[in-house]
Design a protein around this ligand. Structure first.
Ligand code: 1HE
Length: 261
C-alpha cells in the first residue's frame, strides 16, 4: 500500500532514497488523464515526504500520456468546462510550485494534456520514441491544462500556434531542438538518466532549488525592474546562508569539483 491513502491504482508512488517516483499507470488507455488520476497527482504533490529532494513523473506502457481522457469531455457545459480547466490549473500548479523540483521522463505520445503535465515539470528527459502534439485543434477544443502559458514559454508563440493550428507533430530530436525536452536519451534509458539528474538536484543548496522553482518563474513573468530587484534579494539571501559559505570555502581550498565537460 502507498503511504498516501486512497490513491487510485492508475497512479503509483515509490520513494527511492531522496527521490519520489510517480508513475502514471493507466497503460490500457495510454495514460489518458481523467479526474481521478489528476486529483491523485494533487494528493501526491501535497504530501511529498520531508526527506524527498526531487520527484520524477513517468508513464507505464508504450506512451507517457495521451492527454485528457476524451471519453469524459462530452458531458460538460461551458461553466463546468471552466471549473474543469481550473482544476487542471490547480493540480499542475502543485506540480510546478510544490516543495521539490520535478523531472518528467517522456516516451511515446506526449500529447495534449500529457504535454501540459510535462511542461509543469521543471525539466524533461525524452527517450528516442517520444513525439509531441497538441491535437486540441483537431478535436475542436483548446488547451485547458495551462499549456497556453507553460508550453508557449518553452517553445514560443509561433510554435505552439503551429502545433494547434496545423496539428504539427514533433519527433524526439526536434522536440529537444526547440526546447520541449532538455535531454534526449536512447530508448529505455530515460528513468536511469532522470535518477542521475535527481541526485544532482538533491545535492544543491535548498535555497538555490527554492529560488529556481518559486522565484525565477516570477522574475520571468514580471517587469525587468522588479525582476532585477528580486534577483538581487535572492542572491543576497542565498550567499548569506552558511551552506553557501561552506561551499565557497570548499572551492577556494581546492576541495570542490571544478566546472568542465
Ligand atoms: C484514450 C485516449 C484519450 C487513447 N482519452 N481514451 N488526446 C488525443 O487526442 C490523443 C488521442 N490518442 C491517440 O492519438 C492515440 O491513442 C495514441 C497516439 C496516444 C496512442 O495510440 P495507440 O495506437 O498506442 O493506442 P490506441 O489504440 O489509439 O488507444 C488504446 C486505447 O486507449 C483505446 O481504448 P480501447 O478501449 O478502444 O482500447 C483508446 O480509445 C484509448 N485512448 N487516448 C481516452 N486521450 C486539459 S485539456 C487537454 C486537452 C487534450 O489533452 S486534447 C488531446 C487528447
Amino acid at each position: 500500500m502507498s503511504y498516501i491513502p486512497d490513491l487510485p491504482d492508475t497512479l503509483q508512488v515509490d520513494v527511492q532514497g531522496t527521490t519520489l517516483l510517480v508513475k502514471l499507470n493507466r497503460p490500457a488507455k495510454r495514460n489518458a488523464l481523467n479526474d481521478e488520476l489528476l486529483l491523485g497527482l494533487e494528493k501526491v504533490f501535497l504530501a511529498v515526504p520531508a526527506d524527498v529532494k526531487c520527484a520524477i513523473i513517468y508513464g507505464e506502457g508504450q506512451h507517457f500520456s495521451a492527454g485528457l481522457d476524451l471519453s469524459a469531455l462530452t458531458e460538460r457545459d461551458a461553466v463546468q468546462g471552466m471549473h474543469h480547466s481550473r482544476m487542471w490549473h490547480r493540480v499542475l500548479d502543485k506540480v510546478q510550485f510544490g516543495t521539490v523540483p520535478v523531472l518528467a521522463v517522456l516516451h511515446g505520445a506526449c500529447v495534449g494534456g500529457g504535454l501540459e503535465l510535462a511542461s509543469a515539470c521543471h525539466l524533461r528527459v525524452a527517450e528516442a520514441s517520444t513525439f509531441y502534439a497538441l491535437p486540441e485543434g483537431q478535436r475542436g477544443i483548446f488547451v485547458g491544462g495551462g499549456g497556453s502559458v507553460r508550453i508557449s514559454k518553452l517553445i514560443g508563440l509561433a510554435r505552439i500556434t503551429d502545433m494547434m493550428l496545423t496539428g504539427r507533430v514533433y519527433n524526439a530530436q526536434d522536440g529537444e531542438r526547440i526546447g520541449l525536452a532538455q535531454y534526449l536519451v536512447p530508448e529505455g534509458q530515460g528513468l536511469e538518466h532522470a535518477l542521475e539528474l535527481a541526485q544532482k538536484v538533491a545535492g544543491n543548496a535548498g535555497m538555490t532549488n527554492y529560488a529556481l522553482m518559486h522565484i525565477l518563474p516570477r522574475i520571468v513573468d514580471g517587469s525587468q525592474e522588479q525582476g532585477l530587484m528580486l534577483e538581487a534579494l535572492t542572491a543576497a539571501i542565498a550567499q548569506n546562508a552558511p551552506e553557501a559559505k561552506a561551499r565557497l570555502q570548499e572551492f577556494l581550498t581546492g576541495r570542490a569539483k571544478k566546472v568542465g565537460l
